[in-house]
Write a protein that binds this ligand. Structure first.
Ligand code: 6CS
Length: 304
């Protein structure tokens, strides 16, 4: 349960139930009374808590979200607006819960969970793919997207790299990966020696490492590589890597936010059946039906 914070409730009371979304207002109404003279929402003594991060977001008008800036999963526009498949879904669902907007904070994948745990960000919506070690440290919403992994390789794929097993079988192969990324974890889980990894700090450096001969392949989600190929034709993209685990993600909250995530999931479940959700997925190149029936429990079983 979230810990009660009277100061936050006073803040929210200042906003008044009318200013928060219906579900949160409903939550307030169920847990409080409105003073007929002031119109202020007066919580009942001992009522259950307002879902922490949602109450904070409703009162301050936004939540800060960790992103990497890797279209189509996340994108930071020049004016600072954060978009991409996951932030767009997060913003839409939060608005239905009374949180007006989100503000993006660019964070390295390996630093996203520490940033959440330190309170530097309120939520992660970055395509941070679910796997056991991550699911043990954060509280994911139900998944929003499922996607696939590929290799970026030199034209013609001269070393015929198409599977993780190919990398394991040829110790001379060097594979570029992002530090702390899901793909690095796949290589580690497969037993690929660290010496075969080429650590790159961002996606452009990743694809450039191929042209520069520093790596034989760059390991990244298929859709992300397709986005990079729009600006760089020095590489080609392999078919989906068949022996890579199924990837999927949703918003990640602090583990203590059980009430907030429960409320978020209820709203997300409705949203995933809406045309608005399908439009967001279509805009960013995801199949809105691919996530049907996929659960965070299933994806959190991914090893690593
Ligand atoms: O979850 C991850 O770590 C991976 N997710 C994306 C969207 N891109 C690369 C990253 O390694």
């Amino acid at each position: 349960m979230t810990s009660y914070d009277p100061s936050r409730r006073r803040l929210l009371r200042g906003v008044g139930a009318a200013a928060v979304g219906a579900p949160l207002a409903g939550w307030l109404a169920a847990c409080s009374e409105t003073d007929p003279e002031t119109g202020q929402v007066e919580p009942d003594e001992g009522d259950s808590d307002i879902p922490g991060v949602l109450g904070r977001g409703a009162s301050q008008g936004y939540l800060t979200v960790a992103i990497f800036n890797e279209p189509p999963y996340t994108k930071l526009e020049p004016d600072g607006t954060v978009t991409g498949a996951e932030p767009d879904v997060l913003r839409a669902v939060l608005q239905k819960l009374g949180v007006e907007d989100i503000r993006g904070e660019r964070v390295e994948y390996e630093s996203m969970i520490p940033a959440l745990q330190a309170g530097r960000v309120d939520v992660i919506a970055a395509g941070l793919f679910m796997k056991q070690s991550r699911c043990a440290e954060v509280l994911y919403s139900e998944p929003v997207i499922v996607s696939t992994e590929s290799f970026a390789v030199p034209p013609g794929n001269p070393k015929d790299i198409t599977t993780v097993q190919d990398v394991l079988d040829n110790p001379d192969l060097r594979i570029a990966v992002l530090p702390g990324g899901f793909e690095q974890g796949i290589l580690q889980e497969a037993g690929v020696p660290d010496g075969q990894q080429v650590i790159v700090r961002d996606n452009v450096t990743g694809v450039e490492s191929i042209g520069a001969g520093r790596a034989d392949a760059f390991f990244l989600p298929t859709l992300s590589l397709e986005g990079l190929a729009e600006d760089n034709d020095d590489f080609e993209i392999t078919d989906v890597i068949e022996d890579a685990p199924k990837t999927g993600s949703g918003a990640a909250f602090e583990q203590s936010e059980t009430d907030a995530v429960s409320m978020y999931n209820d709203e997300l479940a409705k949203f995933k059946n809406s045309q608005e959700f399908a439009d967001i997925m279509d805009k960013w190149g995801f199949d809105p039906e691919a996530v049907e029936g996929v659960t965070s429990e299933e994806l959190c079983a991914n090893e690593g």
